[in-house]
Design a binder for this molecule. Structure first.
Ligand SMILES: CC(C)(COP(=O)(O)OP(=O)(O)OC[C@H]1O[C@@H](n2cnc3c(N)ncnc32)[C@H](O)[C@@H]1OP(=O)(O)O)[C@@H](O)C(=O)NCCC(=O)NCCS
Length: 249
């Protein structure tokens, strides 16, 4: 069964308030193709060039969850008229959403797609990974001694902590629109704190931003927000856990 959760959340700042939205989608390729009408003709043409089912699935997970996240923010949009292009570093660029300057952050992982839509004035970044013991060693080699030490200060199994730090860095790289094509030390975290069910970090160099992370089973999701923003993500994290744990994790 295709699982879909969408909703709005607020981004509270000292002198302003912004609205953003999310969509969490769990679906197979066959289920996703039933929603193909949500693609813009340009997206549809690109989709038709994709040869491998794995990429077809991830493309649709990303595009459909992003459209639904945009739809949750601006109810009057005809989602099939919105094109989400790939920028020169593969970052998503929302085009034809003429009424508002909305952008999206997209992540997908084995049948699960998550997207955030947000006003361009207030960037957000998102990443989701599944912990894979085989990858933990490879990730550890990419982390700094400081990050490895921070991981030991929180009550998390090492592989989850590793994946968590990694998703925080990936989410930051999406905010920056560079992806990981940079010296990864620039994305270094400098704190890791447990706050209830969530974990938060500040970054050593990108001091304007802060990461908020949550895990469910072996999945870890991180959202990067401007440091002084308080996002109201309770509903999002609830649906994240429900979707991951309901998907047979
Ligand atoms: C971009 C990157 C952080 C994505 O992370 P990932 O864990 O592999 O994959 P995720 O599912 O979490 O995210 C994929 C989505 O991130 C978004 N994305 C890709 N590059 C991005 C960038 N530079 N900035 C912001 N978002 C980006 C896209 O929307 C992509 O989904 P889509 O291709 O279906 O639109 C990572 O793959 C990377 O940096 N790679 C560097 C190498 C590279 O540039 N590859 C491009 C292919 S040639």
């Amino acid at each position: 069964m295709m699982l879909i959760h969408q909703g709005k959340f607020t981004l509270k700042r000292e002198n302003s308030m912004h609205a953003a939205a999310f969509c969490i989608l769990h679906a197979s390729l066959r289920q996703l193709t039933q929603h193909i009408h949500l693609l813009h003709p340009e997206e549809r043409s690109y989709y038709e060039t994709l040869k491998f089912d794995k990429r077809r699935e991830s493309y649709l997970l990303g595009r459909i969850s992003a459209k639904k996240a945009i739809g949750a923010l601006s109810v009057f949009e005809d989602l099939g008229k919105i094109a989400i292009e790939a920028g020169i570093f593969q970052f998503p660029v929302v085009k034809y959403a003429v009424t508002r300057n909305l952008q999206v952050s997209i992540t997908h992982c084995e049948g699960l797609g998550i997207a955030l839509s947000y006003p361009e004035v207030h960037p957000l970044g998102l990443d989701l990974e599944r912990t894979d013991k085989a990858n933990t060693e490879a990730i550890k080699e990419q982390l700094t001694p400081g990050e490895l030490a921070l991981m030991k200060t929180v009550p998390l199994p090492e592989d989850i902590a590793c994946t968590m730090v990694w998703t925080m860095k990936e989410a930051l790289s999406k905010v920056l629109r560079t992806g990981l094509t940079m010296d990864l030390k620039l994305l270094e975290i400098q704190s890791l704190v447990k706050e209830g069910d969530l974990y938060t970090s500040h970054f050593k160099h990108l001091i304007q931003y802060r990461a908020i992370s949550c895990y469910a089973g072996t999945h870890v999701c991180s959202i990067v927000v401007p440091g002084k923003t308080t996002p109201d993500l309770e509903e999002f994290w609830g649906y994240f856990r429900e979707t991951v744990l309901g998907s047979g994790e």
